[in-house]
Every structure is written in C-alpha cells, then in structure tokens.
Design a protein around this ligand. Structure first.
Ligand SMILES: Cc1cc2nc3c(=O)[nH]c(=O)nc-3n(C[C@H](O)[C@H](O)[C@H](O)COP(=O)(O)O)c2cc1C
Length: 205
C-alpha cells in the first residue's frame, strides 16, 4: 500500500482512497483525450439552478498561459508546480444569468473541481490544487472580467520522482495523509454534538 493511501475507518471507493496531492510530477505530457475527459467531468457537475459557474484557463508546460500561471505563484508553489505538465486556473462566475450575485458560485466551482479530480484519477492522473498565488496578477494577465472570482491554480499530471524535488518538499511526498476524526465532523441534535451513527453496529445484509 502506498504511503499516501488514506487509512480510512470505513471503506471508501479506491479512487477516493488513493487520491492525494503530489508535488513531484513527471515531465510526461498528459494525453489530450484525458484532458478532455476531466474537463468534461467538471462540466457535468451539479450546480445551484444549473448556473454552471465554473470556468477554466488551461496552460501546457512551455506555453504562454502556463508561464503566466507560474509567474503568479508564491515562491513555495513555484518550486514544485513547474514540474507539472498541465496547469489550470479555476474561476467562479459570481453572478447569475440576471446579473445578481450567485452565492453558491464558489461552492459549485469546488464541486466541479472535485469531479475533475476523480475523472483525472480514474485516468491515472494526479491533481494538486493551490491557493498560493496572486489572483490579481492572473486577473490582469488573462483579462478576466469583474464578475469572475479566481480561486485556485490546479496542477495535473502523472507522478514523478520525489528525489528531484527541492529538499524542503521531498519529505512531504512520503508523509502519511492525516484527517480530523470523523466524530468531530458529523453532528446530530446540535452543532458539536457527535452523531451516534458511528457507535451503531454496521447493518448486516
Ligand atoms: C483550495 C486549496 C488550496 C490549496 N493550496 C495549496 C498551496 O498553495 N500549496 C500547496 O502545496 N498545496 C495546496 N493545497 C493542497 C492541500 O495542502 C492538500 O490538499 C491537503 O494538505 C490534503 O492533502 P491531500 O490532498 O494529499 O489529501 C491546496 C488545496 C486546496 C483544496
């Protein structure tokens, strides 16, 4: 079992269990077919009133879009993200078709990125989102209109050699993933009161 495989208390789908956010990417380009697949998965995500407020800007290593995205990153992210063959900018449209605020826009964008991630995982790819970049720089560089909110840059590719990473980052590739206890996340009756569901016997069919 890979060090990054989630050590779950309850069984979950292998795609979810094996997903993690790497920092060492292989320079191997991502097949165009797989890129189309994960963007299609993002497109078919649910959204409030079917507003579909997600937009993406895609860059490929060496092209102008990719370089603009790298330029906007904080130093820490630049150290590793430049190894990824594909970078995406994830953008939320914050207004609905009437021009009124869409309060679900960021929620819906996140969910569409989740769909993107699992389709990418199904195709053997790894996704790493990052918030460490200068959004204002990307707005200027890509001439993004005012009603759009830039949220994350997303690296996509296949796993590379952690030995090639900066020494500060290498250790992160081999550290197990951790999560808050499930009892501290799921409540019943009132906020903060753990749900009894985790004390119940699992139903036997
Ligand atoms: C919105 C968002 C912003 C993130 N920003 C960064 C970032 O700037 N740099 C980075 O290295 N990782 C970033 N991450 C990755 C998280 O650190 C990572 O998902 C988390 O530690 C859990 O690890 P896992 O994805 O391997 O389970 C971000 C993830 C999300 C969803």
């Amino acid at each position: 079992m890979h060090i990054k495989t989630a050590s779950t208390d309850y069984p979950i789908n292998d795609l979810l269990r094996n997903r993690w956010s790497p920092r060492a990417y292989s320079p191997q380009p991502v097949e165009t077919e797989k890129i189309k697949n994960f963007l299609e998965a993002a497109r078919w995500s649910p959204s409030a009133s079917n507003q579909q407020p997600w937009r993406f800007i895609i860059g490929f290593k060496g092209d102008e879009t990719y370089n603009k995205l790298v330029d906007s990153m904080v130093e820490f992210n630049r150290l590793w993200a430049v190894t990824a063959p594909v970078l995406l900018l994830a953008i939320a449209k914050t207004t609905n078709h009437k021009g009124e605020p869409n309060t679900a826009a960021v929620y819906d964008l996140g969910q569409s990125v989740a769909h993107l991630t699992f389709q990418a995982s199904a195709d053997g790819l790894y996704v790493h989102q990052m918030g460490g970049f200068d959004a204002a720089k990307t707005i200027e560089a890509f001439e993004i209109p005012g009603e759009y909110r830039v949220m994350t840059i997303i690296a996509v590719g296949t796993i590379g050699d952690p030995e090639l990473l900066h020494e500060n980052l290498r250790k992160m590739e081999t550290t197990p993933r951790e999560r808050i206890k499930i009892q501290d996340l799921v409540f019943s009756g009132s906020f903060g009161k753990p749900s009894e569901v985790f004390n119940k016997q699992t139903n036997k069919q």
